[in-house]
Design a protein around this ligand. Structure first.
Ligand SMILES: *Cc1c(COP(=O)(O)O)cnc(C)c1O
Length: 500
């Protein structure tokens, strides 16, 4: 390719070159996805290994794109943990689906910044339409208006900001510090709620002390009587309870808080109800799981992440609110250089801390259109079926046990070898060793959690490429390695080794 001369030095990649590498990259992606199981799902590199292979200084002269692509494959790919691998069952498994990947590609090409309606009317209006589609798919009432943020963490942060704005304390104008007339604000979430809620409170100046964690019942759901008790106690002590965050699908065990009962409490005390349904909300697309969002029609705001269980490449978090005006009141600040004349339009920059925003709606639009309601529901249904089957295998095996109920597609369990007389601490260590062995196989990747303080393995199904074969294989690996470890432990006893 011609790279010299004044013209070339001030211009983009020539289109014929773009075309050539564009085809090559799409081909590469297809091959990558076709051969994904050839890669170990969890990257096998040591900290710093990738970094050491990269030049510390930037190139002075431009480099040919085929060389760059070669380094992508040779240097970076070994350091990739393959979230698109069917054996990826850690955290919450996700999918960069075909239509989602193509949507991202087109969004990058258009490269619009949808901060204002006029800076790309189609981006703003598609976002409104596609979030209203998703609202209908989830069975939420039309009073909920939606917008897209990058992550659930930011969606929840904005919900808390709106909830605080609704108190009318002029926090926006006057801040919180040094105001003796403002009561200390408190929000409530279960002890199983996601860390992002507490982080949001930190960012908003409410502090960690502004979050009260409510105990959970046997099934890890918020104890509503404990919630009411906490609110009463705080009111008596001079706190101002202002918001409850209910979780539909907690991160550890995917438990589902009793949202309808929590809504009743919020209504009684005039508190904002925010629902964090980042993972489990998507299940409501299948009619038989619609019930997971029961009570959410009474919430003030709700977040669900299509980048989790709705086959949309990260990042895309859908935020719904019946009082978007509060969000606007909390965040809208229009400098002269961003003034526009259209009156009846939505300028999304008014609804959050950030100005610039990507055209994320495009990929979600493509995903929803490509799969359709039935296609999405069928895929979610299949993931739940696979998980329930896995849970049944665990239950039927005398050497394993489930650590929590399995309402959807995530199982918390552990090995409990019947031939091993092990204390709870021993079981923690045994299962830690088991997890490490499983993940070292490269065939699957599970993550750990703690359930009531005890170490648990967590298997989450949510990738479109995960089929029954992969779940069976994960189970086979777990049983084989548990048996092997068990034999090793027994050989090493009397004393069980402390440092496996
Ligand atoms: C994953 C998850 C989050 C965080 O999601 P991000 O989009 O990564 O911020 C929040 N809440 C729950 C319940 C989650 O499962």
């Amino acid at each position: 390719m011609e790279r010299v001369g004044l013209g070339a030095s001030a211009s983009d990649m020539p289109l014929e070159e773009f075309r050539r590498f564009g085809h090559q990259v799409v081909e590469w992606i297809a091959e990558y996805l076709a051969g994904i199981e050839r890669h170990p799902v969890l990257a096998r590199v040591r900290p710093g290994e990738i970094r050491r292979r990269l030049p510390a200084q930037p190139p002075v002269e431009g480099e040919p794109f085929d060389v760059i692509l070669r380094d992508f494959e040779e240097i970076l790919l070994p350091g990739i943990t393959h979230w698109n691998h069917p054996g990826f069952m850690a955290y919450f498994a996700i999918t960069g689906s075909g239509p989602g990947i193509l949507g991202e590609l087109l969004a990058a090409a258009l490269n619009v910044n949808a901060m204002l309606w006029k800076t790309s009317p189609a981006a703003t209006e598609l976002e409104q339409v596609v979030l209203d589609w998703l609202r209908q798919l989830l069975g939420l009432p039309p009073e909920f208006e939606g917008l897209i943020y990058d992550t659930a963490s930011i969606s929840s942060l904005c919900a808390l900001a709106a909830a605080r704005e609704a108190l009318g304390l002029e926090v926006r104008e006057r801040g919180l510090a040094g105001r003796a007339e403002v009561p200390r604000l408190r929000l409530y979430a279960s002890e199983e709620a996601h860390a992002s809620i507490e982080k949001g409170a930190i960012v908003l100046g409410l502090g960690q002390a502004g979050v009260r964690k409510i105990p959970t019942d046997d099934a890890f759901r918020m104890d509503v009587r404990a919630l009411e008790h906490a609110i009463e106690e705080d009111r008596a002590a001079g706190w101002r309870p202002f918001c409850v965050v209910a979780t539909v699908g907690t991160t550890s065990t995917t438990s589902i808080d009793p949202v309808a009962e929590i809504a009743r409490v919020c209504e009684r005390y005039g508190m904002w109800l925010h629902v964090d349904a980042a993972y489990a909300g998507a299940a409501a697309i299948a009619p038989e799981f619609r019930h997971v969002l029961e009570g959410c029609e009474r919430a003030d705001s709700l977040v669900v992440n299509p980048h989790k269980w709705l086959f949309t490449p990260i990042d895309l978090s859908a935020f719904y609110c019946r009082r978007l005006d509060m969000l606007r009141r909390a965040f809208s600040l229009v400098p002269e250089y961003l003034r526009t004349e259209e009156a009846e339009v939505r300028n999304f920059m008014d609804y959050g801390p950030q100005l610039g925003r990507r055209f994320r709606a495009l990929k979600l639009w493509m995903v929803i259109r490509y799969f359709g309601q039935q296609g999405l529901a069928a895929r979610i249904r299949e993931h739940v079926r696979l998980a329930q089957q896995f849970a049944a295998w665990v239950d039927a095996d005398p050497d394993f046990e489930r650590m929590a109920p399995t309402p959807l597609s995530t199982i918390c369990f552990r090995a409990r070898p019947s031939s091993l007389a092990a204390s709870e601490d021993d079981l923690d260590r045994f299962n830690e060793a088991l997890l490490e062995a499983i993940n070292a196989t490269g065939e699957c990747f599970l993550s750990p959690t703690r359930v009531r303080g005890r170490f648990a393995l967590r298997l989450a199904i949510g990738n479109l490429r995960t089929s029954e074969r992969h779940v069976r294989r994960a189970w086979e690996l777990l049983r084989t390695h548990a048996a092997r470890l068990c034999a090793e432990w027994r050989r090493a006893s009397e004393g069980i080794p402390r440092d496996l």
